[in-house]
Design a protein around this ligand. Sequence first.
Ligand SMILES: [Zn+2]
Length: 370
Amino acid sequence: MSVFRNQWLCFPLTQSLFSKLLPRTYASVLSTRLCPVLCHSVARSTCSSDGARQVVDNMFDSPKVTILKQKMELLGISLENSCLPGQYHNLFCPKCKGGELKERSLSFHIISDGEFAMWRCFRPKCGWAGQVFADDKELYSGVCANAKSQVQIAEESLGLKPLGPKVVAYFRERLISEKTLSRNAVRQLSDNKTVIAFTYKQNGFLVGCKYRTMEKRFWQGKGTDKILYGIDDISHASEIIIVEGEIDKLSLEEAGFQNCVSVPVGAPRKVSSKVLPPIEKDTAYQYLWNCKEYLDKAVHIILATDNDPPGLALAEELARRLGRERCWRVIWPKKDEFSFFKDANEVLKYMGADALKKLIENAEPYANAD
Ligand SMILES: [Zn+2]
């Protein structure tokens, strides 16, 4: 099990969380192991009259519930329109997807005044639980309002801290703003002011970390999940951009594109001459298969890998796996008489955000390549 997942999976939430926070009657129901049938019968009894129904219907459109909905969506829990405050609902768990039986294993509840929502997956193998509050604070999941967020705890245990002036200046020189760094939760190692930490998150949770020195040496945190960097940014996108490095993803954000992910590891030296291996043996591209459900939703995939032989090989390997017909590629412009721009950050730095935006918009169908 990954070191990152441990941070929240083993958190002693579940019954103690619910019993502390819920009104006595709900707590007693929940302490009987959150049986779905039982939860639904409670839901009905809380809304038995038409009057009560109307109150909760109105609540569904309340600003508090809207905030809760947005926060839940960031965590991968999609609230159906029937999710009314005061009731219990069985939803699909974004962590375990309901296991082999695809059960609606996530017991979900918004308290009746809409102040906060809580949930717990009752599959023993998963047990994911947490809560979010309807305030304007950051996404939150934990045992009580004053506790640190799970992400914060996980970051601290990895020795990460907010960026200091040296790293901020390093990025400023590459035209990456503090706003973009903050939204992408870029951190640095607390005991070494020159090591940048790119945090890998999924559904708002820290699932990995990649480190980079200013001299461009890279390594990955132990237990890091093999996924694309910035995966939460494409969870609702039908057009996505794939780049070859975390800094290129940040560069595209400066050009106005958040619907971008970066591969977590470098490019191959050349295109493999072999036929595609089966998914389970395709180890070098496991990060793609781990993100398959996100990528399957994409209608257009713009490949903006580096403009060098490995970058072009990477684009080809991606297109082979994603399907050439939905892939497009960015044509990097000439830098001078003898050379071309290398990647998104170089274009941002020397040509500016608008030029980078235009290059993305003018990507060519991949099938037309060569
Ligand atoms: Zn689950």
